[in-house]
Design a protein around this ligand. Structure first.
Ligand code: SF4
Ligand code: SF4
Length: 385
């Protein structure tokens, strides 16, 4: 089955792919039990879904997507801050993925419908250009992990125009892995670490993590072969009980990471504790601007009245959303009664259905799991209020 699936897929090197898939099968069969591992990167889930990689995995290997999408983990109050600013008449520039993410009372797209000015940008640099072309105040609502936070930091160090500021919802990945590893009910025996983020932080940060939690970590790239090779390495470590960190993406990731980018990141940002949507309070998981950058910090430049928003009723359907459990690896999209019914990419209820890196959105788009055929027979979804 796995061998046929590999033959049907187009790999750069089908012979190697077949050998890796066979090795994965041997390792899992040798373990004689189900093995669950987690990746923490939306790009990994996209590659797995796009290339149909799950079809080549042994049945007893479960590859779960954890909190790997910065849009999904942006917490309600952070969305609320952006919405409150926009409703107060400030122009908010942000990535398109952030528009439809539901806040406590409404999304930025809802605020836009009410007349708020929201500009969709593809990069922080584009938001700066926007500020240079106008005298309006432009607040860049910045989401993303350390990879994108470095780009935001670079812009702030370079000196943006005086009408530009940042509302940071940037997040830092290593601390959330600590939380997920210790979550009650988590079945995760090993982690695939996000290759992009590791280009900044380096592979070494995972060495202590692996030892502390007695779970192996493998830094993985994004080609289908990278993922297969990293899974073989990870499952090998799991079955031998070897809690080490290995770098399977050395062509991009150095052990110590990118020191210049790290210096830039920590010059501008400080890590503080805060909630990740649906997951938990994550100590040191949120990146906020340091005092030296108070003049470009939208939180200090404007009075942001989120309490007025909180007096509005939250949408009732959100209560049924199990995004948090999905990102913790405890549930899958098929476990949500709203999946593909009340919750679709056009009408997202939870954050995981909004972003192109969200698990529910990816599964919806690619039909990335055989169980998706069960959707049509799922229990009726609750009424949309
Ligand atoms: S920021 Fe990069 S490394 Fe992190 S989840 Fe997104 S794609 Fe993956
Ligand atoms: S299908 Fe929608 S409501 Fe359900 S967990 Fe996913 S995002 Fe949340």
């Amino acid at each position: 089955m796995a061998d046929a699936a590999v033959t049907e897929m187009r790999f750069r090197d089908p012979v190697r792919a077949r050998a890796l898939a066979a090795r994965l099968g041997e390792l899992v069969a040798g373990a004689g039990r189900q093995i669950s591992v987690m990746h923490v990167c939306g790009s990994h889930e996209q590659a797995i879904a796009r290339y149909g990689l799950r079809a080549s995995f042994p049945a007893d290997l479960e590859v779960i997507m954890g909190p790997g999408c910065p849009v999904c983990v942006t917490d309600l109050p952070e969305i609320d801050e952006a919405v409150a600013l926009a409703r107060a008449g400030v122009r908010v520039a942000t990535y398109g993925d952030m528009l439809k993410v539901p806040g406590t009372a409404m999304s930025l797209a809802d605020a836009q419908t009410e007349g708020a000015r929201i500009d969709v940008v593809y990069s922080v640099a584009q938001a700066v250009e926007l500020a240079r072309a106008t005298t309006d105040e432009i607040v860049f609502f910045a989401s993303g992990f350390e990879t994108t936070a470095v780009a935001t930091a670079a812009v702030l160090v370079a000196g943006p125009p005086p009408n530009f500021s940042v509302l940071s919802a940037h997040k830092y990945i290593p601390p959330v892995m600590e939380i997920v590893a210790e979550m009650p009910g988590a079945r995760v025996e090993g982690f695939l670490a996000a290759g992009h983020a590791a280009t900044i932080t380096g592979a070494a940060v995972f060495e202590q993590f692996a030892a502390r939690h007695r779970r192996p970590v493998v830094v993985a790239g994004f080609e289908p072969l990278d993922i297969l090779a990293a899974l073989v390495a990870l499952v090998e470590l799991v079955v031998t009980g070897d809690a080490r960190a290995i770098n399977c993406y050395p062509r991009c990731v150095a052990r110590e990471g990118n020191k210049v980018a790290q210096a830039l990141l920590w010059k501008v940002f400080r890590p503080i504790g805060g909630r990740w949507r649906g997951i938990a309070h994550v100590p040191s998981g949120n990146l906020r601007l340091r005092d030296e950058f108070a003049h470009v910090d939208a939180r200090r430049r404007f009075t942001i009245d989120v309490e007025a928003l909180w007096r509005m009723a939250p949408p009732a359907l959100v209560e049924h959303c199990v995004c948090g459990d999905i990102m913790a690896g405890i549930a899958a999209p098929r476990d949500c009664t709203l999946f593909g019914r009340a919750c679709t990419p056009e009408t997202p209820v939870g954050a995981c259905m909004v972003s192109s890196e969200g698990t529910c959105r990816i599964w919806h788009q690619y039909g990335g799991h055989p169980d998706l055929v069960a959707i049509g027979r799922a229990a009726p979804a609750p009424e949309v209020p």
